[in-house]
Design a binder for this molecule. Structure first.
Ligand code: M6R
Length: 616
């Protein structure tokens, strides 16, 4: 989703900001732009399309400046064209703003400004904000761009991550946040600053950061920075943090796409998710982030998991695991639906929020609703220091490293891994799991990196299957038990990056309607994996009888004697059922990747998608 970068310091700000925009490209966008002050006037360059379009009209070396702001836009209000791209300016070209989020009352403000004689050249809510700030500035006796911004923000409803520069006060950037992430990077000698919506844009220059909270402003200049609230109360001290990942993790490392690199990182990311958390000899799990939560974990009676997209699929696996290993009731909710359903929570509930980015607006709002009802909420999050990580009461990090490909892969398997660890932990706490069984599960988990490598080494076969699949406009994914969420996740991966229509569902549901779609042109991917074995083979027969083409994901040796010569089978190493979900999804990730690659899709930045969905 939209990305923001701003820089002030001794380096060439144009270069730093353009580099930062390249770092946030992965979030998904449809236009880009940059503004800086040169020869005492605001220069704005913006283009629809990819960053290369912008680079064709603005070159860092021709535009050396010390203050610049930039933006990648993911269209909400107004189609993705040059004039709707950010930065936006006011009617006098005195200021430039970049804005993430949505100004919900922009129509009322626009009407008021039109009545006062102001004009607009775009369809965006963000231009309204720029003109609104400028109109307040016009009316001020003691002209002050920071105060004009603050007063404007006091009147807007909605969300913003906002940067403002002004040619009248040229050596500063005014920044503000409500509901859209903003991080301040503190560079050399504490008088160089890079502010961005994403840590990836900062890490090239510094690892020292401050997380700006909702309803806070920060003003940065060559002389330093100061923070205050939007209610105009000075913030005297604010903790600094260190970015935890390395620059090398933001490179492709020889792979054609980030997505492929991230699929191949999974043997390692699975180990990172478990490192220091399993005590094999004792059959115990240690989750440091939950150590103060033992009483709540022991006394709660029901778990509700909120998440979106791929994280929602891992939540479904979590439901299965917690119910079977800890015998606790679990409900899985789409965060967006849960947030507005006014669902009654009980004192004995525990909510788990799952999010790779830690910035998903739907999930964040669900968390806020849970906290409003006074129920504890823990996070399972990848991005360290993200809003969800900070707003939940406690949590467990995935430690999967930055996930750049828009289609989530390694974060998904790490989420499932952490949910498995949590399920074992809860099973032990609630005396529903013996330490012997826990030891066996830990032993199986320890085999995973080698088993994943084995699946990855089968990539050429999966690529061949993908090339056959690429000509099918529709693909069905079926599974039972744990195979069902894996089927859902496989279908989501395929549609996201290949744009083929695909649907995942419980295998038994097929006969209640979707079976009408089955004919010789319909490939059906069946995630078998030993789950309800006889039943799933009956479903396979139902498809065969109607001429459907079967692609089977199954445990090694399990299908022997049952496959027809027309069936395609992808085998994965055998494990216990609780662990096998992680193995079952990997061929589906590869399959989607190779289909999309065969079709020439933009795999890391698929159309219309955003990495972190920061609007509701
Ligand atoms: O960052 P989150 O895990 O909260 O994101 C949730 C979804 O937006 C995300 O999983 C989305 O479905 C991905 N594009 C899946 O590949």
């Amino acid at each position: 989703m939209c990305g923001i970068v701003g820089y002030i310091g001794k380096k060439n700000a144009t270069e730093v900001v353009l580099n930062g925009l390249q770092r946030v490209e992965y979030r998904g966008y449809d236009s880009t732009g940059i503004a800086f002050i040169k020869n005492k006037s605001i220069q704005i360059y913006k283009k629809s399309g990819r960053l290369t379009q912008l680079l064709s009209v603005v070159q860092p070396d021709d535009n050396i400046t010390n203050v610049a702001i930039g933006h990648t836009r993911w269209a909400t209000h107004g189609i993705p064209n040059d004039s709707n791209a950010h930065p936006h300016s006011d009617n006098h070209n005195n200021i430039a703003v970049v804005h993430n989020g949505i100004i919900e009352n922009y129509r009322n403000i626009k009407t008021m400004l039109l009545q006062k004689g102001y004009n607009f050249s775009s369809d965006t809510d963000s231009e309204v904000l720029a003109v609104f700030i400028s109109s307040i500035y016009d009316e001020q006796i003691n002209k002050d761009i920071t105060e004009a911004t603050r007063l404007a923000l006091a009147k807007v409803q909605g969300t913003f991550g906002l940067l403002v520069i002004s040619k009248i006060e040229p050596n500063k950037i005014v920044c503000a946040r409500r509901g859209s992430p903003l991080i301040l990077g503190i560079g050399e000698d504490d008088n160089e600053f890079i502010v961005a919506s994403d840590q990836t844009a900062i890490v090239d220059y510094t690892k020292k950061v401050i997380f700006i909270e909702d309803d806070e402003m920060v003003v940065i200049s060559n002389d330093g920075y100061y923070l205050k609230t939007l209610d105009n109360i000075a913030i005297k001290t604010k903790e600094t943090s260190l970015i935890e990942f390395e620059l090398g993790q933001l490179e492709k490392g020889g792979f054609e796409h980030f997505m492929l690199k991230e699929i191949f990182e999974q043997p390692e990311t699975i180990m990172n998710a478990t490192r220091g958390r399993m005590i094999q000899e004792l059959g115990e799990i240690k989750l440091g982030g939950l150590s103060d939560f033992t009483d709540i974990l022991t006394n709660m009676k029901r778990i509700i998991i909120v998440a979106c997209g791929t994280s929602w699929h891992s939540a479904l696996i979590g439901e299965y695991l917690i119910e079977s290993l800890a015998r606790l009731p679990v409900e899985v909710e789409y965060a967006s639906e849960f947030r507005y359903r006014n669902a009654p929570l009980l004192d004995t509930d525990l909510v788990i929020a799952i999010s790779q980015s830690g910035e998903t607006a739907d999930t964040l709002e669900a968390i806020r609703e849970v906290k409003r009802q006074g129920v504890p909420v823990i996070g399972i999050v990848n991005v360290v220091g993200s809003t969800i990580a900070r707003e939940t009461n406690a949590g467990v990090y995935l430690h999967a490293g930055p996930e750049i490909g828009v289609a989530s892969t390694k974060a998904f398997t790490s989420q499932v891994m952490v949910l498995l660890l949590l399920s074992i932990h809860l099973g032990l706490l609630h005396n529903k799991l013996s330490s012997n069984k826990a030891k066996k599960l830990i032993a199986e988990i320890n085999k995973l990196p080698l088993q994943i490598n084995k699946i990855l080494s089968n990539k050429d076969k999966i690529k061949d299957i993908a090339i056959q699949l690429a000509s099918s406009p529709n693909v069905l994914y079926l599974g039972r038990g744990l195979g069902y969420p894996i089927a859902m996740e496989g279908a989501l991966k395929l549609k996201e990056i290949s744009y083929l229509h695909s649907e995942g569902m419980p295998a038994a549901e097929m006969k209640h309607g979707p079976i009408a779609l089955i004919d010789k042109n319909m490939p059906v991917i069946v995630v078998a994996m030993g789950e309800q074995d006889n039943k799933i083979w009956s479903n396979v027969e139902e498809i065969r009888t109607r001429g459907g083409r079967i692609i089977l994901i199954d445990n090694e040796g399990n299908s022997a004697g049952r496959v027809n010569k027309e069936d395609i089978i992808i085998e994965v190493p055998r494990s216990v059922i609780e662990v096998s979900a992680i193995l079952g999804v990997i061929p589906l990730q590869l399959l989607s990747y190779y289909v999309a690659n065969h079709l020439g899709r933009e795999i890391d930045n698929p159309r219309n998608l955003a990495k972190a969905v920061t609007v509701e």
